[in-house]
Design a binder for this molecule. Structure first.
Ligand code: NAD
Length: 481
C-alpha cells in the first residue's frame, strides 16, 4: 500500500475567509480506490449563500475596477503557487477522484496553463470605435465584465472543470461563486487557497458546497448573479438552463457527449489503436470527450479489435497513488453498477466481450478495461454516454455509413477520425456534427482553443478567446460633439 498523503480539510470560501458555514450539515468524502472516508464536506445554509452573494457583489466591484494588468499579476501569482504545490494538488486530486497521480499532475499543469492564459488574454478585451453614418458623433462599442457569475461543476476533472470557470471569469473581470462537486471538493479548495494567498480581493471568489439543487436554485434566482456556467450531464444542464431563463442571465453549458471514433480502411491502424486506447482509459473513461463509439471499416475491423484488446489487457489498474498504475477506479460504486448494466445489455444483444466485462478487486470501485466487439446501435451503451472504461466497436462498410451513424444521436461534443486520405478528412470535417473533431489526433483541449459542444451537448465555449467572451458583454456609447 502506498503511504497516504494528507487530504485537504474542506471549508467554504466566503468573503475572503474559510468557513464551515452555519448549517451544521456535512457529507463524507470517499476515496474511490479504498472506500475510506477521507474528509467531510460542509453544506452551505441559505444564509451562507446570501453572504456569498453579497460578497460576490462587493468582490465584483473591487476586482473589475482593477486594471487587467493588475489582475494578471494576481492570477499569475496564483499560478506560481499552484506550480510550487503541484505534487500536493495532484495527490489530493487522486485521493478524491481516483485517477493516477501522474495523470492528476497533468491536470494540474492544465489548471496552471489555463490560469496564465486567461490572465494574459484578459488584457485584450478590446471594444471598437465604429465609423458610423451619423455625422459629428462617435459610436463606441465597449467590452466589459458581465458581473458576478455562478458556476457548478462535475467531479470528473476536480481541477480542470473548476479552473475553466474560475480563470475565465476572473480573467474577464467577473467575480465567481463556484460550487464544485461535493464528491471531489479538495482540489477546488487548494486552488482557492492559491488565489487567496496571491492577493485576490475579498469576495472575488466564493467556493460553496451543499445539496446541488438547493444551491443552484438559490444562486441562479438571485438578481446579483449575471452569468451561469455548468459542466455536467445533459438532464441537469437542461434543468439549470430553464432556471436561468427566469432572470435572462447568460449561460454556458458544457454537457455530455458520445464521441464517435471513425477508422477508415486507409487509416494508420497502429496510430488509431494507440491514440484511442490511451485516450479512452484516461480517467477510466469518465471524460466528456472520451472516445465512446468506435465505427471501424470492416476491412481493418478484426485487426483493430485485436490491437485495442491487447492494449486494454495490458493496462495496469489500481490505486492511483501507486507507481506505474495507468487507470484508477470509477468515481463511486454507482458508476460500477452502470457499467455492469451496460455490459449485461450488450451481452444480451449479441456482443462479444474480448477482454474485461467485470468489476475488479474487493475494495474500491474498480472496473476492468473492457472491449465490446460486434456492438450494434441497439445496445444501450451505443446510445447513452457510457462514462466508463468501455470500448464498443462496430464494423461499418463505407464512409457514408460512418458519417450517418456518427450523426445519429442528439448530442455532439467530440469526435475523432483516423484516415490517411486528405479527401476523406475534408469530407468528415464538414459532415460530422460535433463541436470538436480530431483527425489523426486526440489533442482537442488546450487553454488557447475553444472547447464546447453543439446540439444537446450544450452551448457556449470555455477555452480560447471564446472562453473569456462568455463572461463579457458589449455596450454601445453614442457621443455627439
Ligand atoms: P449527475 O448529472 O447527477 O451529476 C453531474 C454533476 O452535476 C455532479 O457533480 C453534481 O453535483 C452536479 N449536479 C447535479 N444536479 C445539480 C443541480 N441541480 N445543480 C447544480 N449541480 C448539479 O450525474 P453523475 O451520476 O454524477 O454522472 C454521470 C453522468 O454525468 C455521466 O453519464 C455523464 O453524462 C455526465 N457527466 C458529464 C460531465 C461533463 O464533463 N460533461 C462530467 C461529469 C458527468
Amino acid at each position: 500500500m502506498p503511504s497516504q498523503p494528507a487530504y485537504t480539510p474542506i471549508e467554504m470560501l466566503i468573503d475572503g475567509a474559510w468557513t464551515r458555514g452555519t448549517s451544521g450539515k456535512a457529507d463524507p468524502v470517499i476515496n474511490p480506490a479504498t472506500g475510506e472516508t477521507i474528509g467531510e464536506v460542509p453544506h452551505a445554509s441559505p444564509a451562507d449563500l446570501d453572504s456569498a452573494l453579497a460578497a460576490a457583489d462587493k468582490g465584483f466591484k473591487a476586482w473589475s475596477s482593477k486594471t487587467p494588468a493588475a489582475r494578471q499579476v494576481v492570477m499569475n501569482k496564483a499560478a506560481d503557487l499552484m506550480t510550487e504545490r503541484r505534487q500536493h494538488l495532484a495527490e489530493v486530486l487522486t485521493m478524491e477522484m481516483g485517477k493516477p497521480v501522474v495523470e492528476a499532475g497533468t491536470e494540474i499543469d492544465f489548471v496552471i496553463g489555463v490560469t496564465r492564459w486567461c490572465a494574459e488574454e484578459g488584457k485584450r478585451a478590446y471594444g471598437r470605435l465604429i465609423p458610423a453614418s451619423v455625422p459629428n458623433t462617435r459610436y463606441i462599442a465597449v467590452r466589459e465584465p458581465v458581473g458576478p457569475a455562478c458556476a457548478f461543476t462535475a467531479w470528473n476533472f476536480p481541477g480542470s472543470n473548476v479552473i475553466r470557470k474560475v480563470a475565465h471569469g476572473l480573467g474577464a473581470g467577473c467575480s465567481v461563486i463556484i460550487k464544485p462537486s461535493e464528491e471531489t471538493p479538495g482540489t477546488a479548495v487548494e486552488i482557492g487557497k492559491c488565489f487567496l494567498e496571491a492577493g485576490l480581493p475579498e469576495g472575488a471568489l466564493q467556493i460553496v458546497f451543499g445539496i446541488p439543487d438547493d444551491i443552484s436554485r438559490h444562486l441562479i434566482a438571485s438578481p446579483i448573479t449575471k452569468k451561469l456556467s455548468f459542466t455536467g450531464s445533459v438532464p441537469v444542464g437542461k434543468h439549470l438552463a430553464k432556471l436561468a431563463a427566469d432572470t435572462m442571465m447568460r449561460v454556458t453549458m458544457e454537457l455530455g457527449g458520445h464521441a464517435p471514433v471513425m477508422v477508415t480502411a486507409d487509416a494508420d491502424l497502429e496510430l488509431a489503436a494507440k491514440l484511442s486506447s490511451t485516450f479512452k482509459y484516461r480517467n477510466a473513461g469518465q471524460v466528456c470527450i472520451s472516445p465512446t463509439r468506435f465505427l471501424v471499416d470492416r476491412k481493418v475491423y478484426a485487426d483493430f479489435v485485436d490491437a485495442i484488446t491487447a492494449t486494454s489487457k495490458a493496462m495496469k489498474v489500481g490505486n492511483g497513488l501507486e507507481d506505474g498504475v495507468q487507470m484508477g477506479p470509477l468515481v463511486a460504486e454507482r458508476r460500477v453498477e452502470v457499467m455492469e448494466s451496460f455490459i449485461q445489455d450488450a451481452r444480451d444483444k449479441g456482443a462479444t466481450i474480448t477482454t474485461g466485462g467485470e468489476r475488479l478487486g474487493n475494495q474500491g470501485s474498480f472496473y476492468a478495461p473492457t472491449v465490446i466487439a460486434d456492438a450494434t446501435d441497439e445496445m444501450a451503451l451505443m446510445n447513452d454516454e457510457p462514462f466508463g472504461p468501455v470500448v464498443p466497436i462496430s464494423p461499418v462498410d463505407s464512409v457514408d455509413e460512418m458519417i450517418h451513424r456518427a450523426n445519429r444521436l442528439t448530442v455532439g461534443l467530440a469526435g475523432y477520425a483516423f484516415t490517411t486520405s486528405g479527401k476523406t478528412a475534408e469530407r468528415l470535417s464538414h459532415e460530422v456534427q460535433v463541436g470538436m473533431l480530431g483527425i489523426n489526433s486526440t489533442a482537442i483541449s488546450l487553454p488557447e482553443t475553444p472547447f464546447g459542444g453543439i446540439d444537446e451537448s450544450g452551448y457556449g465555449h470555455e477555452g480560447g478567446i471564446e472562453g473569456l467572451d462568455a463572461y463579457q458583454r458589449t455596450r454601445l456609447i453614442v457621443e455627439a460633439r
